[in-house]
Design a protein around this ligand. Structure first.
Ligand code: ZN
Length: 138
């Protein structure tokens, strides 16, 4: 694939150097059968070095997942060669990414309950379980 000529696809830019693989895993990009490129250690004026992920298909990205991992990533959605830039933010609520580690939490006995975490402290990026208020640990 010529990575500079994506007509329909997604480019994740300004990924902290070294985190490209982690984001690849989080977004489950290995399940795609379209071309996906991870470009590591790209020189960046702003960041020194950065990673970039290019996906040559118009896939749905979960912006909440991505914003939780790193709100500084820039998402470029490319449709018919036109680029739309999306700024991420820390999501107020995340579902299905974190699991509550508290053994006494209702989610450990009621397995069908969705795992929901709320942003409790924006500065320190702390999320707490909706049910028992345990802080999430990575
Ligand atoms: Zn809990």
């Amino acid at each position: 694939m010529n990575i500079d000529s994506i007509k329909n696809g997604v480019v994740l830019d300004h990924i902290k150097a070294g985190r490209g693989m982690q984001i690849y895993d989080y977004l489950n990009l290995s399940a795609l059968d379209c071309p996906v490129a991870i470009i590591k250690n790209v020189p960046s004026k702003k960041m020194g070095k950065k990673d970039i992920i290019k996906i040559d298909a118009d896939i749905d990205i979960n912006f909440d997942t991505l914003g939780y991992i790193d709100p500084d990533i820039t998402v470029n959605l490319i449709r018919d060669s036109k680029v739309e830039k999306i700024r991420l933010a820390l999501p107020e609520e995340i579902r299905g990414i974190l699991q509550c580690k508290n053994p006494r939490c209702i989610t450990s006995t009621e397995q069908e309950l969705p795992q929901i975490f709320k942003l409790a402290d924006k500065e320190r990026r702390i999320y707490r379980c909706l049910y028992c208020e345990s802080a999430a640990k990575e």
